[in-house]
Design a protein around this ligand. Structure first.
Ligand code: ATP
Ligand code: MG
Length: 592
C-alpha cells in the first residue's frame, strides 16, 4: 500500500501523521478532564485533596486553588470541542489527501500501462484497463490508502489513551485491553484468509463486470436487433454478484467483533460497581473513575473497531493495490531506452522474419523477406488471415520478430525496431474517433496551443472530408458525438486519414483505407496516397484490387509467407495464384 503513495505525496502523508498525533493528544486531554469535572461536581472538597486529580487538572492548565466549577466545565467543554474539531479536520484532510492521491495515481497508472509493450494491450481488453485506471484506483486510494492513514493515527490515539488509563487503573485497563485484543486477534486469525480471498475475487470480478458491460453496450445495435439483452445483462450481473458477495463477506468480517466487544465492555463496566456494592464499598466514590472509563470506552471502542476494520480493509484491498503498484513501477525500459528511428531510412529490410503470437499453435508469419525503399508506394495484399496486419505491426515496431532480422540501410538492428513519435502515421482497420472537436481529432495528441488549424484544414481536404466539416456551424470546433454530428464508417476512415496526414509522417501505413468508402471516394484516396502530394513512404494493406495498379510494388502474402513481390504487371504475368486473386473479383472484371 505504501508503494502507492507517490513521492510528491509523502510529505503530506507525514503531515497527516503530525496532525493525528495532535488529535490523539487532544483526545487524551478530553478524557483526562472528565475525571476531575465529575469528581468536582460530586464532591468539590474531597477532590481538592486528591493528588491524581490535581495532577490531571495541572495537565489541562488548572492549578490550586480551584476555580469555580462552571469555569472548569466550560474549559472541559472547550477542550472537547477543540478535540472534535481537530478530529473533524483530520478526517477531512485524510479524505482530501486520498482523493488527490487517487487523481495522481490514476494518471501514473495510465502512463505506467503505456510503458507496456503492444502485446500487453492485445492480451488485456480496453475496458479492463480503463477500469483499472479509473475505478480500481479510487477503490484502492479511498478504500486502502485512506485506511492506512486512519489506521496509524488511530493506533497512536489509542496508545496514548491506554497509557493514561493504565496510570489511573493499571489492573482494570490491562485486563480490559487483554480481553479486547484477544477478541480481535481471534476473529482476525479466523477471517484473514477469507478477507484476502474476497479481496482477490472483488478485484477480478470488478474487472470482469466492467469488461462485459463495455462489450454489451458496444454491441447495442445487435442487441436491439436480436434481443440478446437478457443474456448479456446476465453475464454482467453474474460478475457483479460475485463482486458484491466478496464485498459483503469482507464487511461482515469487519463488523462482527464490534458487537461482541460492546457486550464485553458494558459487562466490564457494570461488573465493577456491582462488585463494590456486593462487598459493601461506597460506590459513589468510584463514580468519577467509572465516568472516566465510560467516556474513555465510548471514545476507545469505536477506535479499536476502526483499527480492526482498517486492518481488514487493507487486507481486502491488498491484491488490487499490489497490482496497481506494479503498474506504477513499470519502467519503460523496453521502449524509452532503445534507439528510435526519427524518419524512414533509405531502405528498410526484413530478412527471414518469423512472428508467432503467444499461445497460438503456428506462426502468423514465417521467413518473411522483403525491402521497403524510402518514398515507395507499396500495397500489401493477400487473403484474410494471411498475416498482413501482423507484418505491419512488425514494421511499426509494435511487435518484435520471434526470429530473423530487420535491417536499416543494410545494417541489422541490435535492438527491436522503434520509431520516434510522429515519424510514422497509421490508419487502423477500424478507426476510433474521440468525443472531442474535429480539430482535436485531426491534430491528435497535440496540446491546445500547438494545433495548427490551417494544417488541419489541409489534411481534411486531402482526406476528402473538408466539405463535411465546412458544412458544420462550428467548423473544425464541432464536437463529434455531441454536437449532433455522428460520423459514418467512411467518414471516420477519412478523418483517420486526415489525422495520419496532419503529422506529416515519413512512413504512412494504412490498414484497408478503402474498406468503408464508396468507389469514387476510394479512388480519390488511393490516387492521393500513390500521388506525389504526400511526401512519405506509403504502405497500404488493401483488398481493393482495382486500385493495385497505382502502386509501385505489390507484396503478395499467403498463409504467413510472402509468395511474390513486384509490380502489378509482373505479378499478373508470373503468378497464376495472383491472377486468380485479382481476377476472381467482379470489381477487377469491371476494370478490365
Ligand atoms: N492477437 C492475436 N493472437 C493470436 N493470433 C492472432 C492474433 N492476431 C492475429 N492472429 C492470427 O495471425 C494470423 C494473421 O493475422 P493478421 O491479422 O495478420 O491477418 P490479416 O492478413 O491482417 O487478415 P485480415 O485481412 O482479415 O485483416 C491469423 O491466423 C490470425 O488468426
Ligand atoms: Mg488485418
Amino acid at each position: 500500500m505504501y508503494r502507492l503513495i507517490l513521492p510528491g505525496f509523502r510529505l503530506r502523508f507525514y503531515g497527516l501523521f503530525a496532525v493525528s498525533i495532535v488529535v490523539a493528544l487532544l483526545e487524551v486531554i478530553g478524557v483526562a478532564s472528565v475525571l476531575p469535572l465529575v469528581a468536582i461536581v460530586i464532591d468539590p472538597e474531597t477532590l481538592a485533596h486528591s493528588r491524581m486529580a490535581g495532577g490531571l487538572l495541572a495537565l489541562v492548565g488548572i492549578h490550586q486553588p480551584l476555580p469555580p466549577v462552571y469555569v472548569i466545565g466550560v474549559v472541559v467543554i472547550a477542550l472537547l470541542v477543540l478535540a472534535n474539531l481537530t478530529s473533524l479536520f483530520l478526517n477531512w484532510w485524510s479524505v482530501h489527501f486520498a482523493n488527490q492521491l487517487g487523481i495522481a495515481v490514476s494518471e501514473h497508472v495510465g502512463e505506467g500501462l503505456f510503458c507496456r509493450p503492444f502485446t500487453f494491450f492485445m492480451a488485456h481488453p480496453a475496458a479492463e484497463l480503463a477500469n483499472q485506471m479509473c475505478s480500481e484506483v479510487s477503490r484502492v486510494t479511498v478504500g486502502g490508502v485512506l485506511q492506512f492513514c486512519l489506521l496509524i493515527s488511530r493506533i497512536f490515539s489509542l496508545a496514548v489513551i491506554l497509557a493514561l488509563l493504565l496510570v489511573i487503573a493499571p489492573l482494570f485497563t490491562a485486563l480490559f485491553f487483554a480481553v479486547t485484543a484477544a477478541i480481535y486477534v481471534l476473529i482476525y486469525r479466523l477471517s484473514t484468509h477469507r478477507i484476502s480471498t474476497a479481496g482477490k475475487t472483488a478485484h477480478e470480478s470488478n474487472n470482469t463486470a466492467m469488461h462485459r458491460a463495455t462489450e454489451m453496450f458496444g454491441l447495442a445495435r445487435e442487441v436491439l436487433l436480436r434481443g440478446e439483452g437478457a443474456y448479456l445483462i446476465g453475464r454482467v450481473r453474474d460478475a457483479l454478484a460475485s463482486y458484491y458477495r466478496a464485498d459483503e463477506l469482507s464487511r461482515i468480517y469487519q463488523m462482527a467483533p464490534k458487537y461482541l466487544l460492546e457486550v464485553t465492555a458494558v459487562a466490564a463496566l457494570l461488573a465493577s460497581p456491582i462488585y463494590h456494592s456486593y462487598v459493601g464499598d461506597d460506590v459513589r466514590s468510584k463514580l468519577p473513575f467509572l465516568a472516566t472509563f465510560a467516556y474513555a470506552g465510548f471514545r476507545m471502542l469505536p477506535m479499536v473497531q476502526q483499527i480492526y476494520s482498517s486492518v481488514s480493509l487493507l487486507r481486502y484491498y491488498e491484491p488490487a493495490a499490489r497490482h496497481l503498484a506494479d503498474v506504477l513501477h513499470t519502467q519503460s525500459d523496453t521502449t524509452a531506452t532503445r534507439s528510435r528511428l526519427d524518419r524512414m531510412p533509405v531502405q528498410l529490410e526484413f530478412r527471414n522474419v518469423d512472428y508467432a503470437y503467444i499461445g497460438s499453435a503456428g506462426p502468423a508469419l514465417s521467413r518473411v523477406s522483403f525491402g521497403l525503399a524510402r518514398g515507395a508506394r507499396v500495397a500489401l495484399v493477400g487473403a484474410s488471415g494471411a498475416g498482413k496486419s501482423t507484418l505491419v505491426d512488425l514494421m511499426l515496431g509494435l511487435l518484435t520478430p520471434t526470429a530473423g532480422a530487420i535491417l536499416v540501410d543494410g545494417v541489422p538492428r541490435a535492438t527491436a525496431l522503434a520509431w520516434e513519435v510522429g515519424a510514422v502515421g497509421y490508419v487502423p482497420q477500424t478507426p476510433l474517433v474521440l468525443n472531442d472537436s474535429i480539430a482535436r481529432n485531426i491534430a491528435f495528441g497535440y496540446g491546445t496551443g500547438e494545433i495548427d488549424r490551417q494544417r488541419c484544414a489541409e489534411a481534411a481536404r486531402a482526406a476528402g472530408i473538408y466539405d463535411l466539416i465546412a458544412a458544420q456551424k462550428a467548423g473544425l470546433d464541432t464536437v463529434i458525438g455531441t454536437d449532433a454530428l455522428s460520423f459514418s464508417g467512411g467518414e471516420r476512415q477519412r478523418l483517420a486519414i486526415a489525422r495520419a496526414l496532419y503529422a506529416k509522417p515519413s512512413l504512412l501505413v494504412l490498414d484497408e483505407p478503402g474498406s468503408a468508402l464508396d468507389p469514387p471516394t476510394s479512388r480519390k484516396i488511393f490516387e492521393l496516397l500513390c500521388g506525389s502530394t504526400i511526401d512519405a513512404t506509403v504502405l497500404v494493406i488493401t483488398h481493393d484490387v482495382e486500385h493495385l495498379q497505382l502502386f509501385d510494388r505489390i507484396v503478395y502474402l499467403d498463409r504467413g509467407r510472402i509468395v511474390a513481390v513486384g509490380t502489378y504487371d509482373e505479378l499478373a504475368t508470373k503468378l497464376a495464384e495472383f491472377r486468380a486473386f485479382v481476377g476472381d473479383s467482379p470489381k477487377s472484371e469491371r476494370r478490365a
